[in-house]
Design a protein around this ligand. Sequence first.
Ligand code: FES
Ligand SMILES: [Fe+2]
Length: 419
Amino acid sequence: MTTTETAPGALAAVVRTPGHSLPGPLYAGEEAYRTDLEAVFGRSWLFVATEPEIAEPGDFITVDIGRRSVILIRDDDMSVRAFHNVCRHRGSRLLDACSGSTGNIVCPYHQWTYDTEGHLLHAESSGPDLDRAALSLRPVHVRPVAGLIFICLAAEPSADFDDYAATVSPYLAPHRLAQAKVATQIDIIEDGNWKLVMENNRECTHCGGHPELIKSLFPVYGYQPEDISPRLRPAFERYSAAHREFTATCDELGMLWRANEQLDTRQTGFRIEREPLDMAGESFTADGRRACRKLLADFPTARLGRLSMHVQPNAWFHALADHAVTFSVLPIAPDKSLLRTTWLVHKDAVEGRDYELDSLTHVWRLTNDQDRTFVARAHRGVSDPAYVPGPYLAPEYQVDAFCTWYADRLAEYRAAAGV
Ligand code: FES
Ligand SMILES: [Fe+2]
């Protein structure tokens, strides 16, 4: 394990310099990891799944967040429910599988049985005095947003999630994510702290390391014209021309494209923007053409680039005309993180006829793997006693926004906890 330790309780004295990467103990220390699980993952709205993963009544997935486990299940009325994966009898873990389908939730220990709404239906040998109504599964706050499922483990979640949902839903709606099907889902374990995984996503100054991705993605996102180097000038000029045509098309079709630049310090920090893609402009492929013949989005043309969204603390998304790809990051250890990538296509698209899984996933499988190497390299570096925080450059403003958001959450948590 590659970690950086502080004396117990000393984390409160670790201060971030604005505009700079975080101090080493905040990336790689055990205390920071435990604090993050409470201050960030215990309080924020987290992206954990897509609705197509639990399409039918009884379909469930389980999600582990630190020592907590959460069941997400589709109930008989087709609503999405979330419960702590803890039996109300003597606390046994209920569901072990990562995903599956069940009529009722039956505890493997003494067979207490709950319905998909969490009600206790059956407890063997319980007398008439057992107050079943008081022994339902403990709910977790859950909100589907245009097919994306978010949960919040806090007793009282932040209300600004309503504003987030209202803002992004019109952007996402034409992509019909709730009606999609999962083409595939791939989990990888990154050898780095979850914050380094997120930081790496929030900038494209390393995109030269993604030769497959930058065939279709203009490697200039986050850049202002004055920051463009001679190396990036041709891509920037192509991007500028494509952007003019793209926004005119969007305006003609009445589609939202303007950036919501609210990747800010509110609890639900987010950013959403529709951007053109290079070449054919349709999808993340070698020639920019669609990877699935049957379009997922309700679009008259596939040449509508990518709708990209960042949500703090743990997610990013790309919704295209032909498919969508979602990314969620969950901490496993100070130096281990789960990156879950899910590819969604039209529910009637047929593998082998409308798409090939290998070509659909090619770019982001390779890109994720390349990023895994960058993140592991960064984690080793920030764990070195010689590491001192360095400055973020102008095209890294979204990385700075992430770290500022994170520092604010730590400050809020400490103020509330009196530490
Ligand atoms: S702990 Fe679940 S039935 Fe006893
Ligand atoms: Fe990357």
